[in-house]
Write a protein of this length. Sequence first.
Lengths: 329, 292
Amino acid sequence: MRLPDRNAIWLYAALAVLGIAMIIPFTMGSIYILNIIILMLVFIIFASSWNLLAISGQGSLGHAAFFGIGAYASTIIATGTGISPYITLFFGAGVAAIVGVLIGLTCVRLKEWFLAMVTFGFAIIVQTLVVSVLAPITGGWDGIASPRLVSPAVPGYLLIEYYSILLITALSILFIHAILKSHIGLAFAAIRENEIEARASGVNPVKYRLTGFAISAYLAGVAGALEIHYIGYVTPEIFGIDISFWPIIYSIFGGLGTLAGPVIGTIALTIVWDGLKAFGLTYERFIIIGVVLILVVIFLPRGLISLPEEIRKWRGSRKTTSEPEKGSD
Amino acid sequence: MVDVDILLQVTFWGLYAGCIYILLATGLNLIFGVMKVVNFAHGEFLMLGAYVTASIFLLSGINPYAIIVLSMLVLVLVGGVVERLCFRPILGTGKLNEIFLSIGLIYVIQNAAVGIWGDQWQSIQSPYAGITIPIGPLSVPLDYIIIIVVTALILIGLFLFLNRTRLGMAIRATSQNRKGAVLVGIDVERMDMVSFGIGTALAAAAGTLWVVSGQVFNPYMGSIPAIKAFAIIILGGLGSIPGAIVGGILYGLAENATAYLFGGLWKDAVSFIILIIVLVFWPTGLFGEGEE
């Protein structure tokens, strides 16, 4: 009877977060904070997409490639056809998903850290292509302007953008939740735990690995397109190493392999990151984030989300060590 | 069609660039061989080595080639501390954990360097800058020749250390069979620390050779060369030092040939294109045995 309780707690927590997100624009007059929150929402999708790939038993050190491909593809389609970015962003993400499957195909037979190498290199190859061969349509290093989600001429455009990005973020999380509950999620777990047993019970690992890659790349593409249509400009720096590392850091910090982990990680670290900025720190912020990451990997490998459980366990173990004779009678 | 002089020139550049990769890849191989650890922050040690050498040179004016020893000693200590504090606690918890930890290390070390030295591009001038030696039709900068000779000397020294000394043999034993090494009384945790320190020192040597040739450097210089060094050891065989040497030279040559033919823009991309093509056909690497 504990499990439904816990599910209910999660549901209420999610609804509360959503409720707070709904009223934020009315409680805070500052555009600066709204801007931070919009970018945070985008990175919640991005981190969750990376995390989904991890759940499917794979890893990526170059997820910026899909983030950037979604952004560029959507921008180029939107400028070329004049279709609203609200529609093109899903096509742009589709391009990212197709590329994701191609990369997945080259990677299915690789061990996890070889895969990390390939994906890292892939982001660099894509960046090189964007500034060389593709420069006539991508604008090379200078980048290109991207149509805004809502034209700044529309009154209250920022609020419309905020609520639509919030909606897409919530839908993305629900989508991942649905996948994890479906047979695909079960297959991911089976492959992750024991690939040979999974294969013996009729689960085709290659098929599910590719599915994982496609969905993950798709969501990363959605995130990239959203960010760029919000900022209004895209440059090849979107393929940078930092952009690939952030979703990893967020997911690990929150709790790798859980639905809520990347969400909690992104929110918590955004507060830390922008809070430190308010104190006037610049490069020192990276040192602090780096130290936090190292400490989490060593002492809290299941992330912030496991903190209550770890504390309970720690308290429990203290109790049993202080009263060792209790167990003997 | 292709000018022989230019071909030779590109080959020489390739050998020189290869030296940096060989030192990085050999160090990584030593660490991987003993600890089976994937440290993506290895390039940050190259960067620290470069800055330590440059700082000592700017303060004292000693011949920068002589500082290589000092720089390596400093980095042995850094490596030992990093191994003890960061990698030992997570040893055996999985490759992904090691990669995540390396990402944290990359941020810490890079930005600590920004704090100490600033983040602008810098360079120092070798005392032999401008001196060239005629070899056949070529005029090769003296610095390049010294760098190739120094790399060879370091590798010979490493070979002698690993094959002729008790400590070196203990490291090799740990690398070949960790449990067996414990059984014959080798302190494997000490071997971890020593090999991590030596690997780090080799990265410092690479960093020193980078700066003395007059190349520019900044705190972010190390990431890409280190990842390429990983590509090299995947191609050349995990734990195989001869593989790292051959792979390093091939990578140096391939990159410089590409840069010459298609422009410098492709220099980084080509390394990964080679890696991906190789892994598509040989998923465990050219000489991989599928272990670990």
